[in-house]
Write a protein that binds this ligand. Structure first.
Ligand SMILES: [Mg+2]
Length: 295
C-alpha cells in the first residue's frame, strides 16, 4: 500500500517527537510502502497534495486541527472520484473532531486504527471557497475580531478561556445579520455564530450524539443573541461551557445550506484558523465528501 505520511513536527508542543519511531514501525509492520513528509510551513500540505495525492493508496496526516484542515482542503481541491482514504493521528490539546469519530488520543493507538479500522464517509462543510471539517464560527469567543490572523491558533482549544475571559459586555460586539437556513430566515443582532460538524467544540461544548450525525448532509447551526445584561451573558457562558442544555438566548438549527449576510464584513474562523472576512457567506454541507479510517 503506497502511503503518504504527512506530519506537523510542531503540533501539540512537538507531541509526535517521542512517538514517531513507534508509529513508523506500526506502518512498516503492516508492510506499508511509506513516503514521509514533515511539514515546514502552513499552506504547503494543500499544495503538495494537489500535485501528489493521487499517486498514493492512503494518506495519513498527523497534527492539530490546522493540519487536518489543510489536508482535507488539499484532497478535496482535486475534485476526484478516486481520492485515497485519509488516516488521522491527532496531536493537540482537545482533538474535538478526532474524539467525535472515535479516533484514539494515544498516537500509537490511532496508527493501529489506521491499519485495522474501516473506511467511512463523512460530511465536510464548505464556507465560500474553503472546506472545514468540524467548525466555522464568527463573533465573540473566536478572537479573530481582536487579534491578527497569525495569532489565531487553536482558538477552540481555549473556548473556556475565551468565554471566561470576557471582562465586560462592552468587549462583545453584536452583528446585525440575516441568516437563511434552507427555507427558514432569521434576522437579528447576534454576538456569536457557529456552524459545526462535530460532537464537541473546545473540549467543553458538547452536542448530543443521539441528535447529531456526521454523515447526514446536515450541519448544526448555533446563533447567540446579544445579551442585555450580565445575567443574560452568564446564561450564555453557562450554555457554551456545558452547564445548561437550553437557553432562550441561543438559537439552534440544522441545515444543508446556510447563507449569512451582513452590512459589515464578518471575520470567520475555520477549524480554529483565520478563514477570511465576508459580507456574504455561503456554507454548504458536502455530504460524505471525505473518506476517513475510523472504528
Ligand atoms: Mg450532520
Amino acid at each position: 500500500m503506497k502511503t503518504l505520511f504527512i506530519y506537523n513536527p510542531h503540533a501539540g508542543m512537538m507531541q509526535i517527537k517521542s512517538h514517531l519511531y513507534n508509529i513508523l514501525n506500526i506502518f512498516a509492520s503492516a508492510e506499508y510502502d511509506l513516503t514521509v513528509y514533515p511539514t515546514k510551513k502552513s499552506g504547503e500540505i494543500a499544495e503538495y497534495l494537489k500535485n501528489n495525492a493521487l499517486k498514493f493508496d492512503l494518506i495519513v496526516c498527523s497534527g492539530g486541527d490546522g493540519t487536518l484542515n489543510e489536508t482535507i482542503n488539499g484532497l478535496l481541491s482535486l475534485n476526484s472520484e478516486k481520492l485515497p482514504p485519509l488516516g488521522y493521528i491527532p496531536a493537540g490539546s482537545t482533538n474535538d473532531y478526532a474524539s467525535s469519530i472515535k479516533i484514539p488520543k494515544v498516537m500509537e493507538k490511532a496508527a493501529e486504527l489506521i491499519v485495522n479500522g474501516k473506511v467511512q464517509s463523512y460530511d465536510v462543510g464548505k464556507l465560500n471557497s474553503k472546506y472545514f471539517i468540524y467548525v466555522a464560527a464568527f463573533g465573540a469567543f473566536t478572537r479573530v475580531s481582536y487579534d491578527t490572523p497569525q495569532d489565531v491558533k487553536n482558538v477552540f482549544g481555549h473556548l473556556a478561556y475565551l468565554v471566561e475571559g470576557v471582562k465586560s459586555l462592552s468587549e462583545i460586539k453584536a452583528q446585525k445579520i440575516k441568516v437563511k437556513l434552507d427555507d427558514t430566515v432569521v434576522e437579528g443582532n447576534f454576538i456569536f455564530g457557529m456552524i459545526t460538524n462535530t460532537l464537541q467544540v473546545g473540549g467543553v461544548y458538547k452536542l448530543n450524539p443521539k441528535e447529531v450525525s456526521l454523515d447526514d448532509g446536515l450541519l448544526e447551526v448555533m446563533l447567540v443573541k446579544e445579551p442585555k445584561d450580565v445575567v443574560e451573558f452568564n446564561e450564555i457562558a453557562s450554555f457554551l461551557l456545558g452547564g445548561i442544555k437550553n437557553s432562550s438566548l441561543v438559537l439552534t438549527f440544522k441545515a444543508h445550506n446556510i447563507i449569512i449576510e451582513s452590512k459589515e464584513s464578518i471575520p470567520w474562523t475555520i477549524d480554529g484558523e483565520y478563514g477570511g472576512s465576508y459580507n456574504r457567506t455561503i456554507i454548504k454541507d458536502k455530504q460524505k465528501a471525505i473518506n476517513i479510517i475510523s472504528k
